[in-house]
Design a protein. Structure first.
Length: 122
């Protein structure tokens, strides 16, 4: 649900700030950065004085950034949260009962986790 919410926010911000991203290509990943090789933050975002808007960007990074250094500094569990979301959204996520472990293989299509472990993590 968080991912879907960020997609909707991206559509709104793209329109509101007139970023210029085609509507069918608007997403959180595309919104914040310039499309060139270095991918710096868009000027419209770096020059804003709106602290809540900046906070939204950092929340996005906290939830979806794949950078190892970022995940270790901001929230060590953010990477696992992103992987779980990815399985929920695009693959298969299975909650088991009575198997006190998690089974995850990045090349697999199913992430299996015991309900007790899931409750402790999320």
């Amino acid at each position: 649900m968080i991912y879907s919410l960020f997609v909707k926010i991206s559509y709104l911000l793209n329109s509101y700030f007139r970023v210029g991203i085609e509507k069918n290509k608007s997403s959180s990943r595309v919104l914040w950065h310039e499309p060139n090789k270095d991918r710096p933050l868009r000027t419209i975002f770096t020059e804003t004085r709106n602290e809540a808007f900046k906070g939204l960007y950092w929340l996005y990074k906290d939830l979806f950034n794949k950078d190892e250094a970022h995940n270790e500094v901001i929230d060590p569990e953010a990477k696992e949260f992103a992987e779980n979301r990815n399985f929920l959204e695009y693959k298969s996520f299975k909650v088991t009962q009575g198997f006190p472990f998690s089974l995850y293989d990045p090349d697999d299509l199913v992430y299996s986790i015991d309900q007790t472990i899931l409750k402790k993590k999320h």
